[in-house]
Ligand binder design. Structure first.
Ligand SMILES: [Zn+2]
Length: 300
């Protein structure tokens, strides 16, 4: 019985990790994944493997990274970091608990100091539900060892790396990381560049919360900063503004239909105006975005 239970949880874990808004085409041949390194600004780089974007601050005092992709990408990510100075980051910030951003903790956790919001440690160390599947706790080595509830800074390589929590957005434990001197901001999954976002309603996320947080961020981020989104290419504040506008407008469309007592099925059938077509070509298709908005604004 226990074996069957373990097999079921392993299977659902695999399926879920594959689906966790990463690219599941690579799941069968994950060994083929390549990590691409892009210089962003100052001493900050972006590394792209199979999951969410990884930010890296490099210098004489060591490497600090923001997010660490899937565990399976660990060796490739370490090799790409070695090219930048060291295969072993001194510090790792997790923007949130999803496997495509934090499962690499299992690879790096023994040698790097993992820092995250208290809710990230909580979720990584407990059973969670995602896409209707039960996700078992990660091994202890993967748990963040330094936590905060609002914000914290790490001073390294002549840079202030400031981590700020934004409540109830993509999840209940999201952090945005500001590389103050290099003028780069890593937004985690608060920002899906040019695409409808995944909002994890089962784990404290909220569409209105996400929109409010992006509003606040647009005021806090310098106009000439370079932005690392959770998914997609390096972006600008203008890209973030367009994203915010799209989220607000599409949420409004669904809310208006809800006020007219339209059913979820009818709203999906009507869909969004043509101008939002490109936004629905990523991981979250228009129907999924409509359903997320509908459910989020139905939560009392
Ligand atoms: Zn995520």
């Amino acid at each position: 019985m226990r074996i069957i239970f373990s097999l079921i949880s392993l299977l659902s874990f695999c399926i879920t990790t594959a689906l966790a808004h990463g690219d599941n085409r690579h799941f069968a041949n994950k060994q083929d994944v390549q990590v691409k390194t892009t210089k962003v600004n100052g001493n900050v780089y972006m590394l792209q493997g199979r999951g969410g974007n990884v930010g890296a601050l490099v210098g004489m005092e060591g490497i600090l990274i923001v997010d660490d992709d899937y565990k399976a990408v660990g060796e490739k990510l370490a090799a790409a970091l070695k090219e930048l100075g060291s295969a072993t980051p001194r510090y790792i910030f997790n923007t949130h608990w999803h496997a495509d951003h934090a499962e690499g903790n299992e690879f790096f956790g023994g040698s790097s100091t993992i820092v995250a919001h208290t809710n990230v440690r909580k979720r990584i160390s407990q059973v969670n539900t995602l896409f209707g599947n039960q996700i078992p706790p990660a091994p202890v080595v993967a748990w963040p060892v330094v936590t905060y509830t609002e914000s914290m800074s790490i001073y390294i390589n002549g840079e202030e790396v400031r981590a700020v929590h934004y409540p109830k957005g993509h999840t209940d434990g999201d952090t945005v990381v500001f590389f103050v001197k290099s003028n780069v901001v890593h937004l985690g999954d608060h920002f899906f560049a040019g695409r409808f976002p995944f909002v994890d309603l089962d784990n404290g996320g909220s569409v209105q919360g996400l929109i409010n947080n992006i509003s606040a961020l647009m005021k806090q981020i310098p106009a000439d900063a370079k932005l690392i989104p959770g998914h997609g290419p390096v972006s600008t504040i203008d890209d973030l503004r367009k994203y915010h506008q799209t989220l607000s407008e599409t949420a409004r469309i669904v809310q208006d239909a809800m006020k007219k007592r339209k059913s979820l099925e009818d709203i999906k059938k009507t869909g969004f105006p043509e101008k939002y077509k490109e936004w629905g070509t990523g991981f979250i298709k228009p129907d999924a975005w409509i359903e997320t908005i509908y459910k989020s604004y139905s939560i009392k």
